[in-house]
Design a protein around this ligand. Structure first.
Ligand SMILES: Cc1cc2nc3c(=O)[nH]c(=O)nc-3n(C[C@H](O)[C@H](O)[C@H](O)COP(=O)(O)OP(=O)(O)OC[C@H]3O[C@@H](n4cnc5c(N)ncnc54)[C@H](O)[C@@H]3O)c2cc1C
Length: 345
C-alpha cells in the first residue's frame, strides 16, 4: 500500500532531529508499489530514506522523500550450514541482528545497535568492530527507476568499499531503490574478534554464541556513542582520512613537537603504501572533544560525533560545527576531513 503526504515534517524521520519538511513524503510496503509511482510527475529531486541516521538535511527539502516499509525476513534452505536470508529494506537493521543472533546465526553480531534500516545499511556498507555488512551480503534487490523494472545485483556488482557502494555514488545514485537485501549467515561458529577493543572486552575468551558478541558490542557502543532516542546525531560525522606516507610523517611531526618524541599516532595499513588515521584522534588533538559550538557540540565521549545535544540545533549550527572541526584539523595537521554523513542541500 502507498501512502502519500504533502508538506510533511521530517523532524522524527532524521536522527539529527533537524526541524525541516519535504514537499511530498511517500511510504510503501511492497516492492510492486514502486511500479505504480510515476516518478516523472513527483516533486524533484527524489530521495530515498531509511531511518535517516546518516543524513543532514540543511533546509526544507523541495522534492519527494520515499520511505520503504517493506518488512519481511525470509529464511531459505534452513538445512544448510550457510543460511541464505532475504530481508525487506524497511526492516530495522538492529531488529534483524537481534533476531539472527537469537537464532544462533553468525555474521551480523559485530554490527549490533547500528541505527537505520536494512536498505540504508546496504547502501552505506555499514561497519563496526572489524566487520562490514558486505562480508555477509550476497545480493541486493532493487527497483530500477529508469528501466521501471526489478534488478538483482550480486555482491560483486555492488562496488562495495569503505562506507560506500554503487547505490551511493554517481552514476547510479538515485537510480536504484533497494527493496530487499540477501544475506548468507552461518550456523557454524565464525567469531570475528580481531578488533582489539572487542577482544579485550571478551577477556581473550573465544565466544561460543553470536549473542555473546552482541552483548559486548552493545555495552561498548552504549558507553561511548549517543543513544539516538535521546541525543540527535548521525553517528560518525567524518570518514577516517587515508594519508600518504608524507602526510602521515607531517602529522607525526606536529604531534612530536607538541608532546615530545615517541608520542604515538594511531594508524592502520590502508594498502598501497597509504595509512588510515582515526579522525577522532585528530579532532581530539585539536582540543575539540566535548566542545560546545553554538547549539551543537563535539560529543564528549567520542570526538567523531557531532551532536544536537541541545535538541534545538539548526542545520546551520551543525554545518558550523562541521566547519570548526574541519578548519581546526586542516590548520593543525594539514589533513582534510570529509563527511561520512550525507549532506542534503
Ligand atoms: C548513534 C549512531 C551510531 C552509528 N554507528 C554507525 C556505525 O557503527 N557504523 C556505520 O557504518 N554507521 C553508523 N551510523 C550511521 C548510520 O546508522 C548508518 O549509515 C545506517 O546504515 C544508515 O541507515 P538509514 O536507514 O538510516 O539510512 P539513511 O540515513 O536514511 O540513508 C542513507 C543513504 O542510503 C540511501 N537509502 C536509504 N534507503 C534506501 C533504499 N531503500 N534504496 C536506495 N537508497 C536508500 C539514502 O538515500 C542515503 O543516501 C551511526 C549513526 C548513528 C546515529
Amino acid at each position: 500500500m502507498i501512502k502519500t503526504f504533502d508538506n510533511f515534517p521530517l523532524k522524527e524521520k532524521n536522527s539529527f532531529r533537524m526541524d525541516v519538511s519535504c514537499a511530498r513524503y511517500i511510504e510503501y510496503d511492497k516492492a510492486d508499489d514502486l511500479k505504480e509511482i510515476d516518478f516523472n510527475t513527483l516533486p524533484q529531486p527524489v530521495l530515498c530514506i531509511g531511518g535517516g541516521s546518516n543524513l543532514l538535511f540543511t533546509a526544507d527539502f523541495p522534492g519527494t522523500v520515499l520511505h520503504s516499509k517493506i518488512k519481511f525476513v525470509k529464511y531459505v534452505d534452513v538445512g544448510l550450514d550457510e543460511i541464505p536470508i532475504a530481508v525487506g529494506a524497511g526492516v530495522t537493521f538492529d531488529e534483524l541482528v537481534k533476531e539472527t543472533c537469537g537464532h544462533g546465526l553468525w555474521g551480523l553480531e559485530n554490527l549490533s545497535l547500528i541505527p537505520g534500516d536494512v536498505g540504508g545499511a546496504a547502501v552505506q556498507n555499514i561497519g563496526a568492530y572489524g566487520v562490514e555488512i558486505k562480508d555477509v551480503v550476497s545480493g541486493v534487490v532493487c527497483y530500477d527507476i529508469q528501466e521501471k523494472k526489478k534488478v538483482t545485483f550480486k555482491k560483486d556488482e555492488c562496488a562495495y568499499a569503505y562506507r560506500s557502494s554503487r547505490f551511493k555514488e554517481a552514476p547510479d545514485k538515485g537510480r536504484y531503490i533497494i527493496t530487499s537485501v540477501l544475506f548468507r549467515l552461518s550456523r557454524k561458529a565464525r567469531p570475528q574478534c580481531g578488533y582489539q577493543g572487542l577482544c579485550d572486552a571478551l577477556g581473550g575468551i573465544e565466544p561460543t554464541s553470536p549473542q555473546q558478541i552482541r552483548e559486548e558490542v552493545i555495552k561498548m557502543r552504549q558507553a561511548k556513542l549517543p543513544d539516538p532516542a535521546v541525543i540527535g546525531s548521525a553517528g560518525s560525522f567524518f570518514k577516517n582520512p587515508v594519508l600518504t606516507m608524507d602526510q602521515f610523517l607531517h602529522v607525526a611531526g606536529v604531534a612530536e613537537k607538541e608532546h615530545g618524541e615517541h608520542f604515538p599516532v594511531p594508524h592502520y595499513d590502508a594498502g598501497l603504501g597509504m595509512l588510515k588515521v582515526p579522525a577522532a584522534w585528530l579532532i581530539e588533538q585539536c582540543g575539540l572533544k566535548g566542545k560546545r559550538i553554538g547549539q551543537a557540540a563535539v560529543y564528549e565521549k567520542q570526538a567523531l560525533v557531532i551532536v544536537n545535544d541541545s535538541g534545538s540545533a539548526s542545520p546551520e549550527d551543525i554545518l558550523n560545527a562541521m566547519e570548526v572541526v574541519t578548519n581546526s584539523v586542516r590548520e593543525k595537521f594539514s589533513v582534510s576531513l570529509t563527511p561520512e554523513v550525507e549532506i542534503i542541500q
